[in-house]
Design a protein around this ligand. Structure first.
Ligand SMILES: Cc1ncc(COP(=O)(O)O)c(C=O)c1O
Length: 364
């Protein structure tokens, strides 16, 4: 491009995901336990819906996405008019930043928050502000102390990826009472469906009609539609209107729309996935402890495990990869002595656990 043509100077502070340390080399592996994907593929109902719509994909989707909004509204007993859908919840995160963040605005996130949090604000010229955690758990008081006159938003995943840690309803309620009312609170509940704790909130109760809370959700996890790209957010009319202003008109494909509607009707599939996840999450925790490692309690479909040092973590990663089992390195998150394991199918988990037990490096 000509020398005189320049992208926004603030983009120079941004590393694209494809060249970041979070990038995953996953070619040809048998057990792909690195992306927190669904162990059972997608709901058969969603796949059938995709087949059925295939002959009509020369048409644009219906512009208002009414059917999808109504299906989500019905499922969660929320107002369809206050829903916006996107190509995954990452898309919505970026749209929210474009709608609310200007150059120099500060956006607070937790130290080991989801990897898009230090990235998305920069896309809009904002400045991500990372707040230290306590033992891999979001420190809400430290977040409040990090608020400055330039703070415009807080991004928080509950439960959080990659740590798996979560915050209670009471903790978030107390936080919201103290957070100045002009600050947008993005509550990312990507793993809400996997939660088993009764004092957890999926956040929809806070996304009031007049409020500043916006909840993001995804079809990528329990519904197994990662590759299709579908997510949604729920907030006040004003927030939704702002997001709709920056949203391209057809940001969700017709295929994704139809599959999403069908997936929401497949309770049995979601329930099977939830139960499988709970069983293997507990089993994996026990196995990792038995090996003398430090797994972190998780409410997601993954588990973070700490090794004695970064070298040890790296050796185990490479050893597993040689056996065609790919888990996730955490150096990109600043957790080089940790690895993250997604909960896969039974045979994948069995292979992983067997391989770990055969690994000689744990003993002395
Ligand atoms: C906490 C969290 N939020 C959002 C996302 C993005 O999901 P999507 O596939 O909907 O963009 C992920 C994906 O792993 C995640 O872990």
């Amino acid at each position: 491009m000509p020398d005189t043509l320049r992208a926004h100077p603030y983009l120079s502070k941004l590393t694209s995901y494809a060249s970041s340390p979070n990038k995953v080399e996953d070619e040809g592996v048998t057990c792909r336990l690195c992306y927190n994907e669904s162990p059972f593929g997608a709901s058969p109902k969603a796949i059938e819906a995709i087949r059925n719509v295939a002959a009509g994909i020369h048409r644009y989707p219906e512009m208002s996405y009414r059917r999808l909004h109504e299906a989500i509204g019905k499922k969660h007993t929320i107002d369809p008019a206050r829903i916006v859908c996107g190509a995954g919840s990452d898309d919505l995160l970026v749209l929210l930043m474009h709608a609310f963040i200007g150059e120099g605005d500060e956006v607070i996130h937790s130290e080991y928050g989801y990897s898009m949090y230090p990235v998305a604000p920069r896309i809009a010229g904002g400045v991500p502000v990372s707040v230290p955690e306590i033992d891999l758990r979001t420190d809400l008081n430290a977040m409040l102390r990090a608020v400055t006159p330039r703070t415009k938003a807080v991004l928080m995943a509950n439960p959080n990826n990659p740590t798996g840690s979560w915050l209670t309803r009471a903790e978030i309620n107390a936080f919201l009472r103290e957070l100045p009312p002009h600050i947008l609170f993005v509550y990312d509940a990507a793993y809400a469906e996997f939660m088993e704790e009764s004092d957890y909130s999926d956040g929809l109760e806070w996304a009031g009609e007049q409020g500043r809370v916006v909840v993001t959700r995804t079809f990528s996890k329990i519904y197994g539609l990662s590759g299709l790209r579908l997510g949604w957010c729920y907030g006040s009319h004003a927030i939704v209107e702002a997001v709709n202003r920056v949203r391209p008109p057809f940001n969700v494909s017709l295929t994704a729309e139809c599959a999403g509607v069908a997936a929401l009707q497949d309770d049995a599939f979601a329930e099977k996935t939830r139960r499988h996840n709970a069983v293997w999450r507990e089993r994996l925790f026990g196995e990792l402890q038995q090996l003398g490692l430090k797994p972190y309690p998780s409410q997601g479909n993954f588990m973070l495990v700490r090794f004695s040092n970064p070298r040890h973590a790296s050796d185990v990663f490479n050893y597993l990869k040689e056996q065609s089992i790919l888990i996730r390195r955490m150096a990109g998150y600043g957790l080089a002595d940790c690895l993250r394991i997604s909960i896969g199918r039974e045979e994948e988990m069995t292979a992983l656990i067997k391989a770990l037990h055969q690994y000689k490096g744990f003993k002395g």
